[in-house]
Write a protein that binds this ligand. Structure first.
Ligand code: BJW
Ligand code: ZN
Length: 255
C-alpha cells in the first residue's frame, strides 16, 4: 500500500540549497530491469558468488562476460521511467544536486541527469584486467557469444567496469558521494534495500551532518528505522508527484 509524503519533506526540498539522492535497483524496476534481492530478482536466479566477484570472473570469464553482455543488452533495450525523469527535473530545481547511484544500467545518464556519481560502475564500459585500458563501448558486445572479449591493446581479458564484492569503490566517486551526503540539506534514499556498504552508510552520514533523510521504497529497507520519513510506494509514481509539489511550493514561495 502506498503512503503519502509529508508537508515537511516538500518544504525541506523546496528550501534546500543542497540535495543528495541515493538510488538502487528499485528505481529501474519500473523500466523492466530486474532488481537483485526482490522475488524474481537476479540473485534468486544466479548466485552472486558465482558471477559477481573477481575470482568467479577469472575462473570462468566467458560465463561472467556472457552474463554481463546479456544484462547490458537488456539495459539497452529498456528506457528510463517516470522516476528517472523526475530526478532530472529535481536537478533543475536545486542549486546543488548530486545523484549518487548504485545502478550500473546507465538509465539516469540516458534520462538526462547531469551530476551522477556512479558508485558501482557502469555496465556499458569495460576495461582490460592486464593493462587497465578502457575498451570501446561495443567491446563487450561481440557478434558471437563464442568470442571471449579481449583487449585490442594487449589481448588481455576485458571485464565489465562494475564493482564486485570485496573490491574498492572508485575513490573519486566515493569521495564525491560522502561530500554530497555531508553537505546535503535533504538526503533521499530511493529503491535500495540498503544492505550493501559503503553505499548503505551514506544516509547516516547525511543525517549526522544535519540533513533531513527520507526513503522512497515499495517496502521498508534495512535502514528504514533510522529515516526521518519513509514513503512507501513505487518511485515512478511517487517522485513525479513529489517533484511537482516542490515546484509549486517554490513558485508560491517566490510570489
Ligand atoms: C522499489 C521498486 C519500485 C523495487 N520503487 N522501490 C560493512 C558491513 C558489512 C559488510 C561490509 C561493510 N563494508 C563493506 C562490506 C562488504 C560488502 C558488503 O556490503 N556486504 C554486505 C552485503 C554484507 N561491500 C563490498 O564488498 C563493497 N566493497 C567494499 O566495501 O570495499 C572495501 C573492502 C575491500 C576488501 C574487503 C572488504 C571490503 C563493494 C560492494 C559492491 C556491490 N556490487 C553489486 C554488484 C554490481 C555489479 C552488478 O550489477 O552485477 O552492486 S552487489 C548489488 O547490490 C549491486 C547493487 O548496486 C547493490 C545494491 O543493491 P540494491 O540496488 O539495493 O538492489 P536490491 O535488489 O537489493 O534492492 C532493491 C530495492 O528496491 C528493494 O528494497 C525493493 O523493495 C525496492 N524496489 N521495486 C521503489 N518500483
Ligand atoms: Zn590490455
Amino acid at each position: 500500500m502506498a503512503s503519502a509524503f509529508s508537508h515537511t519533506l516538500v518544504d525541506r526540498l523546496a528550501q534546500a540549497e543542497s540535495v543528495a539522492v541515493l538510488t538502487g535497483a528499485g528505481i529501474s524496476a519500473e523500466s523492466g530491469i530486474p532488481t537483485f534481492r526482490d522475488p524474481g530478482g537476479l540473485w534468486q536466479k544466479f548466485r552472486p558468488e558465482e558471477l559477481a566477484n573477481v575470482e568467479a570472473f577469472l575462473a570462468n570469464p566467458v560465463l561472467v562476460q556472457g552474463w554481463y553482455q546479456h544484462r547490458q543488452q537488456v539495459a539497452l533495450e529498456k528506457a528510463p521511467n517516470a522516476g528517472h525523469d523526475a530526478l532530472v527535473a529535481m536537478e533543475t530545481l536545486v542549486a546543488h544536486f548530486t545523484l549518487i547511484t548504485q545502478n550500473v544500467d546507465n538509465l539516469h545518464q540516458r534520462a538526462g541527469s547531469q551530476n551522477v556519481v556512479e558508485l558501482h560502475g557502469n555496465i556499458m564500459r569495460s576495461y582490460c584486467v592486464e593493462c587497465g585500458r578502457f575498451a570501446s563501448e561495443a567491446a563487450l558486445r561481440p557478434a558471437s557469444q563464442e568470442i571471449t572479449a579481449q583487449c585490442a591493446n594487449c589481448a588481455g581479458l576485458l571485464r565489465p567496469d562494475v564493482v564486485w564484492f570485496g573490491e574498492w569503490l572508485p575513490p573519486d566517486a566515493l569521495e564525491a558521494a560522502e561530500k554530497a551526503a555531508q553537505q546535503a540539506d535533504v538526503f533521499l534514499s530511493i529503491g535500495t534495500s540498503a544492505v550493501v556498504y559503503p553505499a548503505a552508510g551514506l544516509p547516516q552520514v547525511a543525517k549526522k551532518a544535519g540533513a533531513y533523510v527520507a526513503e522512497i521504497n515499495i517496502a521498508p529497507s534495512a535502514i528504514a528505522a533510522s529515516m526521518h520519513e519513509v514513503v512507501q510506494g513505487k518511485s515512478g509514481e511517487i517522485l513525479p508527484i513529489l517533484i511537482e509539489a516542490v515546484r509549486r511550493k517554490k513558485i508560491n514561495g517566490a510570489l
